[in-house]
Design a protein around this ligand. Sequence first.
Ligand code: F6R
Length: 604
Amino acid sequence: MCGIVGVLGRNEVAPIIVEALKRLEYRGYDSAGLATVNDGTLDRRRAVGKLVNLSDHLVHHPLAGKSGIGHTRWATHGAPSVANAHPHQAGPVAVVHNGIIENFRTLREELTAEGHEFQSDTDTETIAQLTCKHLAEGHDPREAARLTLGRLEGAFAVAFLFRGENDLMIAARKGSPLAIGHGEGEVFIGSDAIALAPMTNRITYLEEGDRAVLTRGSVEIFDAEDRPATREARTLTADQTRVEKGGHKHWMAKEIAEQPVVLADAMAHYLTADTFDFPPELPDFKEIDRIVMVACGTAFYACLTAKYWFEQLARLPVEVDVASEFRYREPPIGPRTLAIFVSQSGETADTLAALRYCRDKAAIVSVVNVPESSIARESDVALPILAGVEIGVASTKAFTCQLTVLAMLALRAAQDRGTLEAPALAAHVADLRALPAQISQALGAEDRIAAIARRLAEAQDILFLGRGAMFPLAMEGALKLKEISYIHAEGYASGELKHGPIALIDKHVPVIVLAPRDGLFDKTVSNMQEVMARNGKVVLISDSAGAAEAGAGTWEVLTMPRVAPVFAAILYAIPAQLLAYHTAIAKGTDVDQPRNLAKSVTVE
Ligand code: F6R
C-alpha cells in the first residue's frame, strides 16, 4: 500500500526516482509525486493517476536536484487528487509516507489550533506540519524528525527531506517495511529491495521502530528505544530482485505461466528423496491438538483448502479465519495449538496483527513469499513458498505455491502423527511431484480457455461451484474474476446452492462447475443438473472421464489432465486463473493494476 523511495545521489535524482517508483507501482497507483533539494531549495511535482502522468508532467516541469524522495499512492485518507498526493510539504520539510497515522485527528486539531494551515485531507500532512513546528521551535532537522516520530501512532514507513540540507534524509519504520540501499557515495531507501535493484543490491532492512539518519557518507540507525543500532547489510542475488515480464504482455500472464517451475522449486526445497526437509524448529505435530490458520483474500482461500488436507490426512482439527475478524474476536488459543499465518507479501496489516495476538499463546508458523517480511521475521518458523517476486495485483503463482507448501506440511503432520502409513505417504508425495507436469499440460488449454472467456465477458454475474477442496477454489476463482474483470462473481459449495443462491440462476448466468472425477463427482453433477434445469449456462471443468460422463447439455466443457483427487485444487487453480485473465482481456480492463486495489495491504 503506497510505495516510497528516497535517494541521496551523485546524479540528478528525478529519473532515478521515477524508475524506482515504476518498480513499486504495484503497491498503489492513485497518484505519484517527488520532491528534491537542489542547492538548498526544496521543490516538488505531483500528478494524479498512474506514474506515467507524473513522468509527462516532469517533461514540461522538470525538477533538478541530487537529493530526493518519491511516492506512489494507494489512497486511504482523502481522494486521489494533487493536493492529497505525496510528498507533503510544510515549510522547510517534505515527507513521503506509507501506512496510516492513527492519531492524525488529534495531531491535526492541535496543530490547527496553533495556526498551522493544512493543504490536504491526508493523515500524512500531520507529519510534515508537526516537523515544521519542531523546526520553527529551533530544533535541527534530526531532532525535529525524532520528536515528530515520537508522537506518531499507527503503522508507517516514512522519509523526510529538508530545505537547505542537500546531504540529509531521515527515514523510519514502524509496521511498514523499509529497505536502505548502499551505493558508492550515495544512499537509497525504498519500500522494498526490488525498487532499489537498478541502483544497488547491498541492502539493510530496518527493524520495527528503527529510525535512520542518512547522508551520502554515513548511515546511522537508532532502535525503538533511541539507542544506536547495528543492522546487517546483505547482498541480494539477481534472482531475488529480478523483475522482467519475459515477453509476456502482463505480469499476471507471466506469473501464471511460471507455475510449473516455481512449484517444482518449492517441492525441491521441502522434499528430499525419501522424506521432508522442514526447519528443525518446526513443532512435532504429535504435540499439536488443533491448528488455527489466519490470512486475507487469496491466502485465506489457500488456508481453507489446506484445512481439508490437515483434517483428512493428519486428522487434525483446523479453524480458518480472515485476519480482520480473528484479531478483534480475541479467540481463545489453548496450549497445543499451532497458529499458521499465510501471506504472499508478509506485510498484510491484519494478518500481522493476528500473528501478534497469538504471540506467547501458540507456536507460530508463517507461510510467506517474502522471507524478509515482518510476518516472516516475527514467526517462530517461517516457511518460504519460493514463488519468486509476484507483481501482478491478482495473486496467482503465490496461491499455488502456498497450496503446495501447505500440502507438504499436512503430509509432514500426517507422518508425525502416524495417520498415514509410509506407502500412502509416498504415494501422496508422488502425486504432488506430478503436479508441475500436469500444470504445464493445463496451461496448454489456454486458447480454449480464452474462447470460453470471451463468452463469459458478456455476463453481469457468474457463479463458481465446487465441493470439498474445490469449494475454496470456487471462491478463489470468483475473487480472481471480480478483481480484474469487474464482473460480479461468487463461489458456493455445490450443495449449498439450493439453499438460496439458486434463485439467481437464469439463462443469463454462467455457472462454472469445478468437478474432477473424484468421489464427490456424482453429487456435484446432481447440483449442476439443478442449474441446467433452470437454464443456467454451465461451464464444466473436469477431466476426460468427467467430461464424457456429464458434459452433455452443458454450455461449455473444459478438459483438464487427470490428477490425484486430493490435490486437484492446485491443478484446477490454473483454469480459474486463466478464465479470469482472459475475461479481463476481453473486457479491456487493466489486468495488472485493477481499479481500487493494491498489491500489499499494509493498512487495516
Ligand atoms: C487477490 C489478492 C489478495 C491477497 C490479500 C492478502 O488476488 O492478491 O486477496 O491475497 O490481500 O495478501 P497477502 O497474501 O500479501 O497477505
